[in-house]
Design a protein around this ligand. Sequence first.
Ligand code: C2E
Ligand code: CA
Ligand code: CA
Ligand code: CA
Length: 281
Amino acid sequence: AKQTGGNCSMIFTQSIQEQIERRKLIQQSLLQAVEDEQFELYYQPKVGGISRRVCGYEALVRWNHPSLGMLSPVEFIPIAEDNGAILPLGDWIFENACLYAKNLNDIGLIDLPVAINISAIQLSDPGWLDRLLLILDKTQLPTHLIELELTESQLLTDIENSTDTINYIRSLGIKVALDDFGTGYSSLSYLRNLPLDTLKIDRSFVSHLQEGHENYDLAIIKAVTTLAKQLGMALVAEGVEQSTQEKILTDIGCDQLQGYLYSKPIPAEEFLELCLKSLAT
Ligand code: C2E
Ligand code: CA
Ligand code: CA
Ligand code: CA
């Protein structure tokens, strides 16, 4: 049955009101939530393009909110960026991802780098690098096991400053990846100048790949692969869900694959089991 216009607009009004309330609640509880450690890191494997074995992994944050339940970073990270909570939260994420990686390394799962997402707000915070050094010192994780994932738009906002920061980070032995590549500005010319280790092709390109269908996305991925190789960068494809996509990406020469085909992001203990299984075979 069709709703009357009056009802519709009331439902609409309520839901906007609810959204505002929800956002307010999230905003107000963020800082305390960092204090209370209500966050949890999930981990998603990256597999070798040829070996199909786990060759690294990405840390992805989740929030066990006391009244709202499990929250997605898509919802709360932008709010945390708005109100500054991303700084303590980002430090917590960095420290805990490093501790986890240190632990994996210590129990013999060596040479599996952890990829950590860094927000633009963190990158431009004057105190961030000092806190990063403190955490490195505290966790004692070898720096070559860390990769920071940055996005295009955040690097291009202040290209000079970004280049300096990346150079410094890399001088510590930490690797730097460009996340969501292809979704931002057309930054091919910047790529030459930005000192990056890895390009991550955005999921939107991968999701359109189909065998036997020559399409723009395939052309773009091929071109990006060639470019990455020539610039000496590793190439990761994200959002791999189907084996046809896997096949195409492997044929093209993509170094690493990530996506639901291998595993969704999973809690720490589950990920450890997955690693042990992958490396035992
Ligand atoms: P992202 O960095 O691009 O992370 C990849 C997102 O794609 C993750 O969503 C992951 O669960 C999802 N994904 C992975 N494989 C597949 C697949 O095969 N199919 C589909 N449909 N999705 C896939 P998630 O965990 O919800 O994170 C969303 C975004 O939130 C991240 O995008 C990142 O921008 C942000 N984020 C997550 N964790 C952190 C963090 O610790 N710090 C910061 N600053 N941002 C984070
Ligand atoms: Ca990422
Ligand atoms: Ca991404
Ligand atoms: Ca993204």
